[in-house]
Structures are given as structure tokens and as C-alpha cells.
Design a protein around this ligand. Structure first.
Ligand SMILES: [Zn+2]
Length: 108
């Protein structure tokens, strides 16, 4: 089978390590492209990955949020499910820094 993404490589049986928001979900069987390394999982495996992500309360945790103005600074609202997942508390000290084009807020 030819890869639908690059249309050059062949798909071979292999395995992939699935990571969501930095949390390891495990290793799963997949077809992997010999050229671009894109991987494809079947319906059952995709469902299993979703189940594990739900169990670990990771499913749907990513959100869109707008940057607001707070005096001369900018403010990012942290949605409640993410705050709960990370057990963040009001007044808690965090470390904020860029990582390439990402904004990282580390809970201490
Ligand atoms: Zn490919």
C-alpha cells in the first residue's frame, strides 16, 4: 500500500508510541510509511487510544483561549479542566518561559 500523505513511501506494519500532552499512552500497532514516517492506526486501535486518553482524563483537555489585557501585561485564562488536571491553585507560583513558538507555564 502506498502512503496517502507523501504518495512515495510504502506502508509497513510497525508500531507507534502515542503521546498526548506529554503523557505516554503506550505502544500501538500501526502502518508506518517507509518514506515520511507518517503512521496510520486502524479504527479499533484509534478507539483504544481514545479510551486510554479518556481514562487518563487527557481527552479534550486542549482548548482555545484568548489573550486578554491586564494593565501593561497580557493575561491568559487557564480553562478549569486544565487547572483541575494540573491541580493549580489561585496564588500558586509558576515559572513562565518561551519554548520556540510555544508558551510554557510550569506549575511548581
Ligand atoms: Zn509517506
Amino acid at each position: 500500500m502506498i502512503c496517502a500523505v507523501c504518495e512515495k513511501g510504502k506502508l509497513k506494519k510497525g508500531s507507534i508510541r502515542e503521546v498526548m500532552f506529554g503523557v505516554d499512552l503506550g505502544e500501538f500497532p500501526a502502518l508506518v510509511c517507509s518514506n515520511c514516517k507518517e503512521s496510520f492506526t486502524d479504527e479499533e486501535t484509534t478507539r483504544r487510544i481514545q479510551q486510554i486518553a479518556r481514562k487518563k482524563k487527557l481527552w479534550g483537555l486542549g482548548r482555545t483561549t484568548k489573550i486578554a489585557k491586564a494593565g501593561n501585561s497580557m493575561m491568559v485564562r487557564i480553562p478549569k479542566p486544565i487547572a483541575s488536571f494540573l491541580r493549580l491553585k489561585i496564588g500558586q507560583e509558576t515559572f513562565i518561559h518561551p519554548e520556540k513558538d510555544k508558551l510554557v507555564i510550569e506549575a511548581k
